[in-house]
Design a protein around this ligand. Structure first.
Ligand code: SF4
Ligand code: SF4
Length: 861
């Protein structure tokens, strides 16, 4: 066999005695793949010639990043520059396959050069050719470097959520991840949406020998052909092309919309790890090509060239497939994915780890967000533990991130934890797209002008009633309160949710005083117990209404109005913002419960609030503006109970996140992932009080009224009714708890946190019927007493024109029955959609019974 150098440039131009001498003085080197020959900056002590295999020449940055410069294959000479110039190595070299090299040490090289100076001339010629090529490549490399940096900034993912926990479910996962870190085979990670699949991939990357290389994440759902704003998510050929070009790269001129070509992520992740999220969404042809890469370590480009990469592949499945076959091609599965599988457990399966995960998240995210947070308040732990986290750690991550941004102390407080808000979807019309609606909400006179009008009207009512101005005036005031004001306030919730609270003069007074008072934060007990206090307050008001005949008595009416005014003012003097409206006002919280069945909602674009917003100015406020008066923000709203549609957030949000939607009435009852305490607290109180009120109107309580201590007896009856309704809720909750245990599987053990939350899901089913019962009563009051106001005005003005307008009792009853039946229909829909199939029949039977009871009492009245 001849000298191997005789066919290799530049040695093939030299006399054979020189090449033979060089060959005789050389070393035979054989190395496996992934061995570093030398690092950038090392002294130049040897020249190499590739006889078999391939090596990668790459630069190393100070932060440990690597960038491949070129790939050298059989016949390539490298390392000559450092020998000729005496300078340190200008790049690093690593084997990418098993290689066979010829090495000539510097001492041997110098000896041959001394005897044969023409060797220097030959090598200098090669060097000059290299330099020419390098110069020509420089502009291309510069563009390529820019593309590479752009690519990494888009796809490079730093440290992920830390993987912590002591339960068996997660310690097994951690142990498996560390075992798999020791090999370079592909790994497939499954788990429900939001579980720490990325964190497991990061653990494998970090614990393995590619930890100094890039960690790149690719999601086939987020690919585009040129214009990043047009994501190809629809599948088909466009999606296949976009996935292929993103993953494998695309040479210039192949795809018209990517004229200058695109570097692929496999190339960008060379020497590191490429994580493919939602790998089961890869198009079949792309899956095949990926399987080819796993087999050979190379992949073809559209121009026919092949490229090599050493990136390790970790695939993440979009959902938990358990032990069944994931939606991947047979070839891809046989290339290691079926062998190395990890399934990440849900948070519901390891609730005992929650406190640890919360601590770890607070520590890592506060560092990342540059905020000093020393710990978590006990109440905040409780708030986190009380929720079931259906969105898993991803949802917790969002909540903690926001809490860190919102907190005004060095601790995470309970009031900084907002759980449960989610994009709810469902049919909706965005009203803020209508310029008229938008300018109404943005107007500086909204809602202050309406507050002025309602304030004047309330003052007039109080004056008329107190002064007993003249008897007709007193009647007018009573009719204005009980025949017009209250019915319109409550009925309006059907269409405009809790907007009426925005116009409420009590709330306005409270908020004005709060800006000059003690400005205390509402304490945690008030935040937790507020809805129950408000529900109790409502029960007392409605009971007093029946016992005192309040709608026809000026005295109790004025006492009620002045009591509310006084309490609202006191709350305003002590607490911040509208603490009264949010946590204490019986009427406001009542309206909030009715608003769950409204056709209108204000929500935030949670994706915008969770990722684009750094300020949360809607909640925190800005100079001269105190932030959401109800201690909420569009980012936290998943139901209507607390938002009064004051439009403050619409005015200040820099990201146009708030949406005002026209939607299916009551949609939130079955879409909401979290129940506030208000609805479950108010439904039993409303049922009990409605039964009392309807019994009174139908004459069933007349025998009691003739007794001396009728007020006491009625109080006892009311309490009995409340206790009965609560006992019913408790009984249903026990059935619910048992039924949930039956439905749970070995992998998804989800138990309701408290009796209230489980019973609450049943109370939610009857909510539309109970709301309809209240609205039917209010329609009755409006149609029955509203015309009275016209008659009084008629008499006062001497017109004698309007007194004839009157609704007959059967007409009023017909309206009440229609409203009740509509509520029953809605209850049937909600009960069908609630996720508790085992309770569907008992729920429907219970609702039917209540409906027939209401109908019977209405007919008797
Ligand atoms: S509504 Fe606007 S200000 Fe508030 S969190 Fe969302 S994006 Fe930020
Ligand atoms: S969420 Fe917005 S509209 Fe609703 S009460 Fe808060 S600031 Fe007002």
């Amino acid at each position: 066999m001849g000298c191997p150098l005789s066919t290799i440039e530049p040695f093939n131009t030299l006399p054979s005695e020189i090449t033979s001498e060089l060959a005789a003085r050389s070393l035979a080197i054989e190395l496996p793949a992934e061995r570093v020959l030398f690092h950038q900056g090392d002294p130049g002590d040897c020249l190499y010639i590739v006889l078999e295999g391939a090596v990668s020449v790459y630069s190393e940055s100070e932060d440990g990043g690597r960038r491949q410069l070129t790939l050298l294959e059989r016949g390539a000479v490298f390392g000559e520059m450092a020998l000729l110039t005496g300078q340190p190595r200008s790049a690093s070299v690593r084997t990418t396959t098993d290689v066979r090299l010829m090495g000539i040490r510097k001492t041997e090289f110098d000896r041959v050069v001394t005897a044969h100076p023409e060797l220097v001339v030959a090598l200098a010629r090669t060097l000059s050719k290299h330099l020419n090529r390098v110069t020509a490549d420089l502009s291309r490399a510069e563009a390529s470097e820019k593309a590479y940096q752009r690519l990494l900034s888009e796809y490079y993912a730093g440290p992920q959520v830390p993987l912590v926990g002591r339960t068996k479910a997660i310690t097994e996962v951690i142990a498996e991840a560390e075992r798999l870190a020791g090999c370079s085979e592909p790994v497939l990670i499954g788990g429900a949406p939001g579980t720490e699949k990325r964190s497991v991939a990061w653990r494998i990357h970090q614990a393995g020998d590619k930890s100094s290389g890039p960690f790149v994440i690719f999601d086939p759902h987020q690919v585009h052909l040129g214009d990043a704003s047009k994501v190809e998510s629809t599948g088909g050929i466009a999606s296949e092309l976009a996935q292929d070009a993103t993953l494998f790269g695309c040479p210039p001129g192949i795809i018209p919309s990517i004229k200058s070509g695109r570097m692929g992520l496999l190339q960008a992740a060379d020497g590191g790890t490429l994580v493919i999220e939602n790998i089961d969404s890869l198009q079949p042809a792309v899956q095949e090509k990926l399987a080819g890469y796993l087999e050979t370590g190379t992949f073809p480009l559209a121009d026919g060239q092949r490229r090599r990469s050493t990136a390790r592949i970790i695939g993440l499945l979009s959902k938990d497939t358990g032990s069944s076959r994931p939606n991947l091609s047979e070839r891809l599965l046989s290339e290691g994915f079926s062998k190395n599988r990890i399934s990440v457990p849900t948070l519901a399966r390891r609730k005992k780890d929650l406190a640890l995960i919360l601590d770890a998240l607070v520590e890592s995210l506060s560092k990342r967000l540059g905020k000093r947070i020393t710990g978590v308040e006990q109440e905040a732990y409780q708030a986190v533990l009380a929720y079931d986290w259906p969105g898993n750690v991803e949802e917790l991550d969002i909540v903690v991130r926001r809490a860190i941004k919102l907190t005004e102390s060095e601790q995470i407080r309970a009031q900084d934890i907002f759980v449960g808000a989610d994009e709810q979807g469902g049919p909706a019309v965005e009203l803020l797209k209508q310029p008229e609606v938008k300018s109404l909400f943005l107007s500086r006179y909204f809602p202050s002008a309406c507050q002025l009008l309602t304030g004047l009207a309330l003052s007039a009512v109080v004056l008329f009633t107190i002064a007993g101005f003249w008897s007709t005036g007193t009647d007018l005031a009573l009719v204005a309160v009980w025949g017009i004001g209250e019915p319109l306030f409550l009925i309006s919730t059907l269409v405009v949710a809790r907007l009426g609270c925005s116009f409420c003069p009590f709330g306005r007074l409270s908020s004005i005083l709060s800006s000059t008072g003690l400005r205390r934060d509402p304490p945690n007990w008030l935040r937790r117990r507020g809805p129950y206090l408000a529900a109790l307050g409502l029960g007392i008001i409605l009971w007093a209404e029946v016992v005192t005949g309040m709608p026809h008595s000026p005295g109790p009416t004025v006492v009620l109005i002045l009591s509310i005014l006084l309490l609202a003012a006191l709350a305003g003097l002590v607490f911040k913002r509208r603490t009264w409206c949010r946590f204490l006002c019986p009427l406001g919280n009542w309206v909030g419960s009715l608003a769950t069945c409204s056709a209108l909602e204000l929500r935030g674009r949670t994706a915008v609030c969770n990722s684009d917003c750094a300020s949360h100015v809607c909640y925190r406020g800005e100079p001269g503006q105190s932030g959401c008066p109800m201690f909420e923000g569009p980012f936290s709203l998943s139901e209507n109970t607390d938002c009064i549609l004051c439009a403050d957030c619409i005015k200040v949000c820099p990201n146009n996140s708030p949406l005002v939607n026209l939607r299916l009435p009551a949609q939130e009852l079955w879409k909401n992932r979290r129940l506030s305490a208000a609805l479950p607290a108010f439904v039993p109180v409303m049922v009990a009080t409605q039964l009392l009120r309807l019994s009174d109107h139908s004459g069933l309580l007349d025998p009691l009224r003739s007794l001396d201590a009728s007020a006491l007896i009625l109080a006892g009856l009311t309490v009995l009714l409340w206790a009965g309704t609560l006992a019913l809720a408790k009984g249903l909750s026990m059935i619910a708890a048992r039924s949930t245990e039956h439905e749970s599987t070995a992998t998804e053990v989800v138990r309701p946190s408290t009796w209230l939350t489980s019973g609450a899901s049943l109370l939610v089913g009857i909510a539309p019927l109970v709301v309809a019962c209240e609205l039917a009563y209010q329609f009755g009051a409006l149609l029955g007493r509203g015309p009275e106001a016209l008659g009084i005005l008629d008499r006062l003005a001497g017109w004698d024109q309007l007194s004839g307008i009157v609704f007959l009792p059967w007409q009023v009853k017909a309206v009440e029955l229609i409203v009740l039946s509509a509520g029953m229909g809605m209850t049937l829909i909600v009960e069908r959609k609630l996720p508790k199939p085992r309770l569907r029949t008992p729920g429907i039977v219970g609702s039917m019974f209540l409906y027939l009871l209401f109908v019977g009492l209405v007919l008797l009245a």
